[in-house]
Design a protein around this ligand. Structure first.
Ligand code: PLP
Length: 456
């Protein structure tokens, strides 16, 4: 055997050994997952991960391996553990699908689990869709979006968000979810880290895991008014950290960050050269002072927006990203690969919808939130009144309360709400969505109160 053959044999052997060890590790992770489930523990355990991270960093120092590579390798392993442990995890979507299945069997369900306005999009959207047909807008188009729509969006954002936005800064995509997917998939690499402030919409984590990116969570609490700790964020940042996610007004808490805190977070991101992915999908549903991250003029800020909530166009699947041209250029390549372009009639409908007044929508959601707030107060639920968005995130302070078990039980009584567990380590919480007729909301809250009595 030549030297090179010998070394290759050694590499093969090490690789195969590593795979056997990976299999063994995954089996142990699965068993831990089962024990966590049996004991009502969360899959996610930042402290435990930190402990192992320190050991890995220490070992890298001892053996002379690049620490950043060591931690990236660890991130891969941690994500594999999370994947096997979260398999079959219930979220608001699981409850939604279960509720839909019950409806098919003829059961009446009050839907307070999904974030979907209960009102129709403006009639302008209906006429725009047929106009688009008449105009022959039924062909392939540029992946970035229709030039007319991008121009209109640039003007709209400049006026609305206090920053000079040009069409080259806009990418039209099929909904905010896809924009988040594009940003995470194109700007980050496997082993990189992304900071997510919880409770959070689960797609940030899911997109990251899909891209092999490690999520580092910053937990916030009702007691601390859902304010993230700046020092905790700073301590979490390391050489692998590449992105920080913000979502204000927040799903599920309805929180809007105090201006100063938001500015401090952006400053921190600038200091460490991190991307800031700011999901501002609920900006039209803001009941207190709110400022877009766009106004910070940070070149690494990516703002995701959508027509889903503001214009009640959830099923039409259209949203957009606002970012520096260099970022848009990267994201559009993956969009072109995946979908070619957003359907032209839908883009045309969005163009027309942009001219409509959304104030009635804001008023409607605000009034519904008030209904929820009033009845939740009477019921003694623990929560902070939302500054925006479309939800109430409440803690049920009762012995033995488990959000997951409760939401399933409540569904049997004809009301669907989302378990807090889907948004992070918040088992004692439920998210109640304000997207129903007010009388239905009142009825839903009454049933919720009755089912809760079993816990007293
Ligand atoms: N971002 C947040 C915070 C959401 O809550 C949702 C939907 O519930 C989305 C994005 C997805 O929106 P879209 O319908 O535009 O994909």
């Amino acid at each position: 055997m030549t030297d090179i053959d010998q070394l290759r044999a050694k590499i093969d052997d090490i690789t195969l050994q590593m795979l056997k060890l990976l299999k063994e590790r995954t089996e142990a992770a699965k068993q831990i997952g089962q024990l966590k489930k049996n004991n009502g523990l969360s899959v996610f355990d930042e402290k435990r991960e930190d402990q192992l991270r320190s050991e890995v960093t220490e070992l890298c120092k001892q053996i002379g391996l690049d620490e950043s590579i060591g931690r990236k390798f660890l991130n891969f392993l941690l994500n594999e553990s999370i994947k096997v442990q979260t398999d079959g995890k219930q979220t608001h979507l699981t409850i939604f699908l279960k509720a839909k299945a019950l409806e098919q069997q003829g059961k009446k369900i009050i839907h307070m689990e999904v974030g979907e306005p209960d009102f129709m999009p403006s009639p302008v959207v209906k006429s725009a869709l047929s106009e688009a047909y008449d105009k022959g807008l039924v062909r392939y188009g540029p992946a970035l979006g229709m030039p007319k729509l991008r121009e209109a969006l640039a003007q709209y954002c400049t006026k609305k968000f206090g920053s000079d936005v040009k069409p080259e800064n806009i990418l039209v995509s099929p909904g905010g979810r896809f924009s988040v997917f594009l940003a995470v998939s194109t700007l980050l690499n496997p082993g990189d880290e992304i900071i997510v402030i919880e409770p959070a919409w689960p797609a940030y984590r899911d997109c990251a895991i899909h891209a092999g990116v490690k999520v580092r969570t910053i937990s916030t609490s009702l007691e601390n008014n859902w304010d993230p700790s700046i020092s905790e964020i700073e301590q979490t940042i390391n050489s692998n950290t590449k992105m920080l996610v913000l979502n204000y007004p927040n799903n599920p808490t309805g929180k809007v960050l105090p201006q100063k805190l938001q500015d401090q977070i952006i400053d921190l991101a600038k200091k460490h050269d991190l991307y800031v992915l700011s999901d501002e999908i609920y900006s039209e549903y803001t009941f207190s002072e709110w400022k877009s991250v766009l106004a910070s003029n940070y070149s690494k800020a990516i703002i995701t927006q959508s027509f889903s909530k503001s214009h009640a166009m959830t099923g039409l699947r259209i949203g957009y990203t606002i970012a520096d041209k260099s970022i848009i250029d990267k994201m559009v390549k993956l969009q072109a690969l995946c979908i070619t372009n957003v359907a032209e009639p839908i883009q045309y409908a969005a163009l027309k919808a942009l001219e409509t007044d959304t104030v009635p929508n804001t008023k409607s959601i605000k009034s519904k939130i008030n209904v929820l707030v009033e009845s939740a107060k009477k019921m003694g639920l623990e929560f902070n009144a939302p500054d925006g968005a479309m939800y109430l995130f409440a803690r049920i302070n009762k012995p033995g309360f488990d959000g997951l078990e409760f939401t399933n039980k409540l569904l049997d009584h004809g009301v669907a709400v989302a378990p807090g567990d889907g948004f992070g380590n918040y088992r004692g919480f439920i998210r109640i969505s304000a997207c129903q007729d007010e009388n239905k909301l009142k009825e839903g809250m009454m049933i919720l109160d009755e089912v809760l009595r079993d816990y007293r």
